[in-house]
Structure formats: C-alpha cells, structure tokens
Design a binder for this molecule. Structure first.
Ligand code: ADP
Ligand code: ADP
Ligand code: ADP
Length: 217
C-alpha cells in the first residue's frame, strides 16, 4: 500500500496514520516528525527549519524534497509507505511525480476550520514517537504521560492559536491546490494516477478509522 493522507493541520492525519501503517506494515513518512527530530538533534537543517516552523510557514521545497528522497531509499519503503504532511506544495507533488514514486491512493480528510483551532489547542504530543493526543477528544490513559516510555506529553510551539490561524492560511494557499491536482489526475484515468478518495474527518477517531479503511479497500 502506497498512499498520501492529505488535509489541513489538525485533520487527524497523524492519528489515523498509526492505524494504517500498523495494518499494512508500512512506514509513516511524516515530514513534520522528521523536521522536529532535526530540530531536537540541533542539526543545521533543524536550526534553520525551527524558525520557519515556529512562525507557521513552510520549509523550503528543496529541503523537504531532499529529506523525502533520502527517506525513500531506506529498505523499509520497498513494500509501501504512507505520506503524512507531504506533499504540501505543487512543486513537492511534481517532484514525487517526476521521480516516478508510485502511489495507490490519495485520501483527503476534510475538517472544517472551526473545529481545527479547538483540536490544535488541545493537542498534546508524545515526542519520541510523534503520537498525538487531545486533552478532551483523545485523552492519554494517564493524564500527562501515557505512552510506552512514560515521558511527558508536550504542547507543540506552533500549536498556539495565532500560529494555527497562519498555518491554516498557508494550507489554503499552498496545499489545498493539491486537492485539484490529485483529483484531476485521477479523473484522467492514467495508469499511474493514484485513486482519489475524500472522507469526512468529523466524528470519533474510530468512525474516521472505519471510513478510511473503507476508502482504501
Ligand atoms: P500538522 O501535523 O499540524 O499538519 P506537521 O507536523 O505536518 O503539522 O508540520 C509542522 C510544520 O513543519 C509545518 O507547519 C511546516 O513548517 C513544516 N513542514 C512539515 N512538512 C512540510 C512540508 N512537506 N513542506 C514544508 N514544510 C513542512
Ligand atoms: P489486528 O492484527 O489486531 O487485527 P491490524 O494490524 O490488522 O490489527 O489492524 C490495525 C488496526 O486497524 C487495528 O486496530 C484494527 O482493528 C484496525 N482495522 C483493521 N481493518 C479495519 C477495518 N476494515 N475497519 C476499521 N478498522 C480496521
Ligand atoms: P494532523 O496530523 O492532521 O495535524 P493529529 O492527528 O495530530 O492531526 O490530530 C490533531 C489533534 O486532534 C490531536 O490533538 C488529536 O488527538 C485530535 N484528533 C484526532 N482525531 C480526532 C477526531 N476524530 N476528533 C477530535 N479530535 C481528534
């Protein structure tokens, strides 16, 4: 299985990615997680990316495409992969296409903007794994630190309301055009075009999970 999860920040891509990757035994390629790892490690790329991420902007296509190209060379990608938070711009999608990276599905998860602010403000993240929780909608089993390592859950620097609003406008302008990009490509019935599916991301985590499994069935 080779797929992209497309949708605004806070749509639940990371949450749902965990179910799909487990079921299909494929790696999750989250450019956001990769960048946060670089920030934590304090690499030059991380130091550069942190400024952009904290401001809610997009890291340059060149950097992102390089990261993904390297990641795809790893042996665990041979049997499939799930992209989460990538591609985010037309040039990133074009780079995938021209590199001949195969895709079976692009699944768009739709969530209205009103819900997103609420989701992001309650988001708490287990940093070592990248797993996210919500203080009300998807609480960790033990408040504050449920996860295998028992480490504290943190709030991301870029989940402040003001930054979230900016990230949403960046989504609308730079990422949303990918909806047209992939749905148009799918309609052309080209052999290499991934199937396009759109599901509602509103409802309980389990309901969305069922919709998602049905969409890629
Ligand atoms: P979310 O899960 O909330 O959508 P991500 O973890 O995917 O956020 O991304 C966090 C930040 O990392 C983004 O706001 C952006 O600054 C940067 N980033 C992640 N993926 C990309 C990408 N494909 N292109 C450019 N910037 C990216
Ligand atoms: P298991 O081996 O326990 O059946 P899988 O690895 O097959 O789990 O699947 C991973 C997760 O996805 C599990 O939580 C499973 O319940 C869920 N899942 C698998 N298929 C579907 C489906 N068709 N609809 C909803 N959830 C599913
Ligand atoms: P993304 O990766 O698309 O940015 P996340 O998976 O991190 O999104 O989810 C964003 C926030 O919303 C997290 O706090 C998560 O626990 C919560 N969340 C995920 N799915 C749902 C849902 N179906 N209903 C309510 N909140 C959700």
């Amino acid at each position: 299985m080779r797929l992209i999860l497309l949708g605004p920040p806070g749509a639940g891509k990371g949450t749902q990615a965990a179910f799909l990757t487990q079921h299909f035994g494929i790696p999750q390629i989250s450019t956001g997680d990769m960048l946060r790892a670089a920030v934590k490690a304090g690499t030059p790329l991380g130091i550069e990316a942190k400024k952009v991420m904290d401001a809610g902007g997009l890291v340059s296509d060149e950097i992102i495409i390089g990261l993904v190209q390297d990641r795809l060379k790893q042996p665990d990608c041979a049997g499939g992969y799930l992209f989460d938070g990538f591609p985010r711009t037309i040039p990133q999608a074009d780079a995938l296409k021209s590199a001949g990276v195969k895709l079976d599905y692009v699944v768009e998860i739709e969530v209205p903007e009103e819900d997103i602010i609420e989701r992001m403000s309650g988001r708490r993240v287990h940093q070592p794994s990248g797993r996210s929780y919500h203080v009300r909608f998807n609480p960790p089993k033990v408040a504050g630190h449920d996860d295998v390592t028992g480490e504290e859950l943190i709030q991301r620097d870029d989940d402040r309301e003001e930054t979230v609003r900016h990230r949403l406008s960046v989504y609308r302008e730079q990422t949303r055009p990918l909806v047209d990009y992939y749905s148009t490509w799918a309609q052309q019935n080209a052999a290499e075009a991934p199937k396009y599916r759109k599901i509602s991301g509103v409802g309980a985590v389990d309901e969305i999970k069922s919709r998602l499994f049905e969409a890629v069935n």
